[in-house]
Write a protein that binds this ligand. Structure first.
Ligand code: GUN
Length: 281
């Protein structure tokens, strides 16, 4: 028996189709959602992601603009750009692609985004709303992960979820979302004493560490839902954080890399941008 593949490309397409329909409905009321994406420096992966986000906006009828700034950009300059975007009526969503160059104060930058335009859900106000269970912007990758799991039809209530990775972008928020779905959640990280043993307990395993094929097939509980957030380039090939070949023989459902979580992130960003525009309208 091999695991069922969770086809992120197909599910993301359904979400984008729905967003495109709602964008068209807003257009009839004279409203056009707008996204500003900020890219600082020369990180090639970040450039690919930002271009992909801007391109998807175009496909769905969302206005977008890309702000490309040099590696030497100061925190102050970035804060100034964000202040201008916060003030502009036609911009509903502001996205600062991470990671920023090391000399930039990332938290000060994220704090400067108007929480009502924070389509990435990284502003402390939205982080806090997620924590207390109030509606707000939810980070795109974690939201996409929950959507993928929902598509398995598996009831999350009471399940044991293990999240490997504790980043602010994926690990911590996805753990809160799984908790809100009534999972018993364990967050593992580099200092976890026996990671294989923790993973073997997981009915739902979310791997978000950025280490190629670190999680092996024999760490996986038979029938588990395995969500691989890793996108690692190895010998010009993309691999996840999970050793796919061995894992798919044990898991019940598994996301491929590429074509799993990645496309979902962009689809949820489009959804958040639509939501920002409709709530501001
Ligand atoms: N870097 C990695 N993931 C993300 C994301 O979802 N949004 C932004 N802005 N940067 C990221």
């Amino acid at each position: 028996m091999t695991a069922q593949r969770l086809d992120g490309l197909a599910i993301a397409q359904q979400i984008k189709d729905e967003v495109a329909r709602e964008v068209a409905a807003l257009a009839e009321r004279g409203i056009r959602p707008g996204l500003a994406a900020i890219l600082v420096g020369t990180n090639p992966a970040s450039r690919v992601y930002v271009n992909s986000k801007v391109k998807t906006c175009g496909e769905l009828g969302i206005y977008s603009e890309k702000h490309e700034l040099p590696e030497t950009t100061t925190t102050e300059a970035l804060l100034h750009l964000i202040a201008r975007l916060n003030a502009r009526e036609e911009i509903d969503g502001i996205l600062v692609q991470l990671p920023l160059p090391r000399h930039i104060d990332t938290q000060r930058v994220l704090d400067a985004v108007d929480p009502a335009k924070d389509v990435d859900g990284f502003h402390p106000v939205n982080v806090g709303k997620l924590m207390v269970g109030e509606p707000g912007f939810v980070p795109c990758t974690p939201a996409g992960i929950i959507e993928l799991i929902r598509h398995t039809g598996i009831e999350l209530k009471g399940k044991k979820a293990v999240v490997v990775g504790r980043s602010n972008i994926v690990g911590k928020p996805v753990a809160l979302l799984l908790l809100a779905q009534h999972c018993t959640v364990t967050i593992c990280h580099s200092r976890t004493v026996d990671l294989p043993a923790e993973c073997r307990q997981a009915d739902v395993l979310v791997a978000a560490v950025g280490r190629p094929e670190m999680i092996k097939g024999d760490w996986i509980k038979p029938g588990a839902v395995v969500i691989d957030v890793g996108i690692n380039r190895v010998d010009n090939r993309l691999v996840g954080d999970v050793e796919f070949e061995s894992a798919q023989r044990v898991a019940g459902h598994i996301t491929p890399v590429p074509g799993g979580v990645g496309p979902m992130t962009i689809a949820m960003l489009m959804k958040n941008t639509l939501y920002a525009a409709s709530s501001r309208a």
